[in-house]
Design a protein around this ligand. Structure first.
Ligand code: GLV
Length: 317
């Protein structure tokens, strides 16, 4: 008689749609914490013990301590394209596969980026606040004038999937897209050095992963190089921008405006930004469409099932 191998156990840090959960439960024991409260590091470490799989979200601290507590872990599947919440180097040392959810969220994030660009340059949220406060006195020739996009330059920092998808939509608005050269020096015609991009772009949009090299890439020095009429948009990771420096640049009118979807210490925001009219503040909505979130969860589950069933992961990092 062949002994049945025990069912693997998977920890889910968040509830997922029951149809996807059912696929996981068909082959695994699944633990989902009660309620919607995020698990902190000690609790994550405690719960991951004895599990073969962990399905995490981008706010879960999958630190070396958590990975060490998961002595039986084979796979960590992050429901996010970013994976700066996971100590990937430590996972690699421990032989744990880490996966993310690229591609499926590219268009949603690119669309949100354009929503932020348009909102910032046409002062939409500023206008909506005036309307809601009952302060709108009617149409006038000079009320809330914004910046037209046609003929302007879009500077894209990060030439990955999302950066390219954002750039691909630029011609629809009559904009010319340029990318920051990865090597620092331009080798192709649509690439500029970071400095050249900063001084010449009208809208600068960030699509780089958060690494030691990109932390505070946009600091006081970078902001001071931007045109006074330019806008900064961030849908990547908060710490790519030095938020205090951004507040300074907006206060001093060194740049015209900014639109942010991500922050250095989410959900906290530098208080000064909250009071400013020339900054659009979104609550980390880049991938937040029904279609994309469903696809992200599906992909994370497929990654876990692949590894636990001895197949190669679909999207390892
Ligand atoms: C969202 O921020 C993601 O990384 O998926």
């Amino acid at each position: 008689m062949i002994a049945e191998s025990p069912r693997p156990s998977v920890l889910l840090t968040r509830r997922i749609p029951s149809s996807v959960l059912a696929r996981l439960e068909a082959v695994c024991n699944v633990e989902v914490p009660e309620g919607s409260r995020a698990l902190d590091e000690p609790e994550l470490a405690r719960r991951v013990a004895g599990k073969q799989g962990l399905i995490s979200v981008l706010t879960d601290p999958v630190t070396s301590a958590v990975l060490d507590a998961g002595t039986t872990l084979a796979v960590v599947a992050n429901i996010a394209v970013g994976f700066n919440n996971i100590d990937v180097a430590h996972a690699r040392r421990r032989g744990i596969v880490v996966t993310n959810t690229p591609d499926v969220l590219t268009e949603a994030t690119a669309e949100l980026t354009w929503a932020l660009i348009l909102t910032a340059v046409r002062r939409l949220s500023e206008g909506e606040r005036i309307v809601r406060r009952g302060q709108w006195r009617g149409w006038t020739l000079e009320f809330l004038l914004g910046m037209e996009l046609r003929g302007k330059q879009l500077g894209v920092i990060g030439r990955g999937r999302i950066g390219r998808a954002v750039a691909a939509k630029a011609p629809a608005f009559g904009m010319r897209a340029v990318f920051a050269a990865r090597s620092g020096r331009s080798t192709v015609s649509d690439e500029l050095s970071l400095d050249e991009l900063l001084v010449s772009s009208d809208v600068i949009t960030l699509h780089t992963p958060l690494t030691q090299d990109t932390r505070h890439l946009i600091d006081r020095r970078a902001l001071a190089r931007m045109k006074r009429s330019a806008f900064l948009v961030n849908t990547s990771r908060g710490p790519v921008v030095d938020e205090e420096a951004l507040a300074w640049a907006l206060r001093e009118r060194l740049i015209a405006g900014a639109a942010l979807d991500v922050y250095e210490r989410e959900p906290e925001i530098v208080p000064e930004l909250l009071a400013m009219e020339n900054v659009v503040l979104a609550p980390h909505l880049g991938s937040a469409t029904r279609e994309t979130r469903t696809a992200m969860i599906d992909l994370a589950v497929n990654n876990v099932l692949a590894v636990l069933q001895g197949r190669p992961p679909l999207t390892p990092v």
